[in-house]
Design a binder for this molecule. Structure first.
Ligand SMILES: [Ca+2]
Ligand SMILES: [Ca+2]
Length: 72
């Protein structure tokens, strides 16, 4: 399995409504599923960090680029 495919699998887990974009709400439910205490503000900040086109949603392209940057 390539890393690219790996990221896509992770992405679809986080994207619970399947619209191809990760919202702050979806990120927040991921964190609570992982048992991490996270505030809505932290979720918004995390999404903003990954969001490169400024639509407040994380696309698979943005997610992959972020993961590649941070795991290089
Ligand atoms: Ca979504
Ligand atoms: Ca975006």
């Amino acid at each position: 399995m390539s890393e690219q495919t790996d990221y896509a699998a992770t992405f679809s887990l986080v994207d619970s409504d399947g619209d191809g974009l990760i919202s702050a709400d979806e990120f927040l439910s991921l964190m609570s599923n992982l048992g991490e205490e996270s505030t809505p503000e932290q979720a918004v900040a995390a999404v903003r960090e990954m969001d490169s086109d400024g639509d407040d949603r994380v696309s698979l392209t943005e997610f992959t680029a972020y993961m590649a940057r941070n795991h290089a």
